[in-house]
Structures are given as C-alpha cells and as structure tokens.
Design a protein around this ligand. Structure first.
Ligand code: CAA
Length: 282
C-alpha cells in the first residue's frame, strides 16, 4: 500500500495523516472546507515540530513528510488513487453510512475501507457497501503520533487477508496493533468508558472531588491522566455517545451514563474543546 486517503481532518484525522506521511506514504487528506484543511496542516506541522525538538525527526524529514500530504475538498478526487481509505469523520451514524456508501462508489475496487470509529459497528458500516469483506476498523488513540495502539476491528464479514494487511500496515507505522471482534465498544472503550462513568458517579455521589478522584487514579494506578481529565480530553459528548452505544448494544443497564455526564453535555460542557468540562480550559 502506497496511497492513503484520510477522510476528516479533525484531531484524529490530522493525527492519522501525520503518521502515514511520516512513514513515507502518500496521503490525501479530505474535508468539506479548505479552512479546516489549512488548520489541519498547521496542526500537523506544529506536532512534527515537537518531534523535531526531541530529535525524533529532522527538519528535512519533516518537510518531506509534509510534502507527501495533499488536501482535497472533493471526495471523488481525494480517494481516486487510494489503496486504503481511513475515515475519521464525526461519530454520527447516518453521516458514516453516507460516507461509506460514497466511498464504495468512488474508491478503486481493490481499496480497503477502514473506519476510525470509537464505537459504531463495523459490521453495520460494511453492510452499506458492496465490499463488506474489505471494510475494517482501524481505531487509533489520541494523540495519534504518541499512542502505540491501533485497535484493529474485524467486522462480521471482514476477510482474513484484509485483516492481515491492516495489521502489517499498522506495524509499518511503528504501532502495536491488536485484533478484536466487532461488539459494542470493542475492547478499548468497553473497559475505558465504564471506568470513566464510575469516576463521574463517584463525583456525583460526593465520594470525592474532581482533583481527588484524578489523583487517586494517577498516583495509585500510574495512569498518565485521571479519568475525569481524560474524559475532558476525549470529549464528554463522545464519552456519552459511546456509553449509549454500549447500553443499547448489550441491553445492559450497567453501561447507563451517569446523570451528571448527561447534564454536562446538555449544558454544553463538553471538555477541552468547549473550554469547560470537569476542569476549566479558558
Ligand atoms: N503529536 C506529537 N507529539 C505529542 C503530541 C502530538 N499530538 N501530543 C503530545 N506529544 C508528545 C509531547 O511532545 C511529549 O513528548 P516527550 O514526553 O517526549 O517530551 C509527550 O507527548 C508528552 O506530552 P506533554 O509533555 O505535552 O504532556 P503529558 O506528559 O501530559 O502527556 C499525553 C500528554 C501523551 C496526552 C498523556 O497525558 C497521556 O498519555 N494521556 C492519556 C492519553 C490516552 O489515554 N489516550 C487515549 C484516549 S481514548 C482514545 O483516544 C480512543 C477513544 O475511542 C475514546
């Protein structure tokens, strides 16, 4: 695989474009507005500067990597030569299904269609295409250039060959891929989100304050961030939507989101991206 198209240039999309370009792949980054693409390129450049400052990348390698990224506002042009498409658009089911219907029409017949979804069923996404055996999940973690994991999710119809190719490709990105099956929350969020929800319940029930809960988990369990800070970093709306997918998918009340989380999202407190969550970022 040489040519990768990334759909969506937000936090995850620009991180995914960054690491593919850094490893020498040609990247077509696609979004609906050119301002979003310009912002994404500036973010990639800034994040590469961090790597240059640490000696992980030379200035020449940074420039060569940036040269490998082309930007497109038209999906048709952006995926015309793709060997692999990685979709990293907003976590909204109708939008994802629409994108995959279009990708199926527009991407070359042999191209693998991957989604970076954190909780939407790969099987459901694959079912709207004529190539469900070539549809797979590639769930990167934020911040993509730093985190080693790629959760590789096999949909019900994903072929062994496609899974093997995506596992190998992930290793070429210097990541450690883990293969999992397609059930709600996969593995990463099935375990992470109940922990975050329980931290929010601990706050809601007055067991301890925000800083105290995070300190217990940081110092007691060696987590780099406490669960409430991590929830802010992921986005409280994203946490809520993943919990609802699991609650509905398993039909089990143990995944029901804490009422405090629901209230915060409804009030517009979505974490780092809105400036307010469990902490203030203004
Ligand atoms: N690009 C490149 N490098 C980056 C970066 C980026 N976007 N963000 C951070 N870094 C680098 C920094 O340069 C720094 O490097 P050195 O330590 O070598 O100097 C290093 O990462 C740490 O960054 P900082 O010093 O700025 O801050 P930190 O020590 O607090 O670490 C962190 C930041 C890496 C984010 C760390 O707090 C962490 O690991 N947090 C947990 C992250 C996590 O759990 N992510 C998964 C979220 S869940 C998810 O993504 C999936 C989902 O479906 C919800």
């Amino acid at each position: 695989m040489k040519s990768i198209s990334v759909i969506g240039s937000g936090t995850m999309g620009n991180g995914i474009a960054h690491i593919f370009a850094q490893k020498g792949f040609r990247v077509s980054l696609v979004d609906i507005k050119s301002e979003l693409l310009e912002k994404a390129l500036a973010t990639i450049s800034k994040n590469m500067d961090r790597q240059v400052a640490k000696g992980m990348l030379s200035e020449q390698e940074k420039d060569a990597s940036l040269d490998l990224i082309s930007t497109f506002t038209e999906l048709e042009k952006g995926v015309a030569e793709a060997d692999l498409v990685v979709e990293a658009a907003t976590e909204h089911l109708p939008l994802k299904l629409e994108i995959f219907r279009n990708l199926d029409q527009l991407a070359p017949a042999g191209a693998i269609l991957a989604s970076n979804t954190s909780s939407i069923s790969i099987t459901k996404i694959a079912a709207v295409t004529q190539r469900p055996d070539q549809v797979i999940g590639m769930h990167f973690m934020n911040p993509v250039p730093v985190m080693k994991l790629v959760e590789v999710i096999r949909g019900y119809a994903t072929s062994d060959q496609v899974t093997k190719s995506v596992m190998e490709l992930s290793r070429k990105l210097d990541k450690d891929p883990v293969e999992v099956n397609d059930y709600p929350g996969f593995v990463a969020n099935r375990i992470l989100m109940p922990m975050i929800n329980e931290a929010i319940y601990s706050l809601y029930e007055g067991v301890a304050g925000v800083a105290e809960i995070d300190t217990v988990m940081k110092l007691g369990m060696a987590h780099p961030m406490g669960p409430l800070q991590l929830a802010d970093f992921i986005g409280l709306d994203v946490c809520l939507s993943i919990l609802r997918v699991m609650q509905e998918g398993f039909g089990n009340p143990k995944y029901a989101p804490c009422p405090l989380l629901v209230n915060m999202v409804e009030a517009g407190f979505r974490g780092v991206k809105t400036g307010e969550g469990f902490y203030s970022y203004t």
